[in-house]
Design a protein around this ligand. Sequence first.
Ligand SMILES: Cc1cc2nc3c(=O)[nH]c(=O)nc-3n(C[C@H](O)[C@H](O)[C@H](O)COP(=O)(O)O)c2cc1C
Length: 297
Amino acid sequence: MEWKTAVTDILGCRYPILQGAMERLADWRLAAAVANAGAHGIITGSISRTPEKLREDILTCKEATAGAPGTFGVNLSIGLCPDIEKMLEVCIDEKVPVETSVYKPDALAPMIKQGGIPWIHKAARVKDAVHAQELGPDAIILVGVEGAGIKNPDQLPTMTTIIWGRKQLTVPIIAAGGIGSARGFLAALGMGADGIMMGSAFMATRECRIADSMKEAITRLNPEDPDLRRRVLTPGPPRRPADPSAAETAPRETDWSQAVSLAAGVIDHVPTVKEFIDGIISEANEIINGWAFLKTR
Ligand SMILES: Cc1cc2nc3c(=O)[nH]c(=O)nc-3n(C[C@H](O)[C@H](O)[C@H](O)COP(=O)(O)O)c2cc1C
């Protein structure tokens, strides 16, 4: 079946699946692997650090994804990405979609709109999404409390957030938070989303730049483990492994399992990015075909 939605129309990718930005991890290599597998990869702007390096990374990624069934864009995390306006200028110049995230995008919005590139904004609360929608993004990512990264004390579970968001937003929604399998993908579409974003699940793919031992450790995590639950569900700054200075220079030696979300419950092997995305799509097709009640009307 064709997985064409408002999100694939906006981003030009084959599947309505996005890879989330990941500070220190999701560089152009991961974004390229995702685009080559038919989804939408994201280069984390804070990894490129300078506008010059970001342009270089975008050009390398374009070369690595020429003719790909998927696409890629750049994440500009407000408050985290250095020199953000200059970074945005590069994205506009190179005509790549941007994803803004973490804080209010009000200051960047006029420049993005004038630049004419596709724009998606990531919010943790429906109320912030409603505010952002007024600024004219093409789509909004809503992240539930089960997700990694952004944490707001008022954040709701993914299911509640997406369904409630669907009632209040007119722009397409991308669901994130705790998703890592075909069932989560289909559930998100059922809740009214037009696509999904996953971060943690991509940490356990072969192309992610963390150590293999760490990926194996992620597959053994249990979302009912009290420490994991507490780490993910307690409001506060994004959960990052201890010793960030070491992580900066040696991401492979850092305990990245500390940053994984409740998606841990469905991460049970370490596939390539292509195996992972193909697996979600083929399992989603199988599940839909198995839902006999859908065919009785
Ligand atoms: C290690 C890690 C680092 C992340 N860094 C960022 C970031 O810099 N900016 C951002 O907007 N989101 C960041 N995120 C959040 C992801 O882009 C995505 O929204 C989130 O992982 C979705 O939830 P999931 O992990 O349950 O799939 C990060 C996630 C992880 C796991």
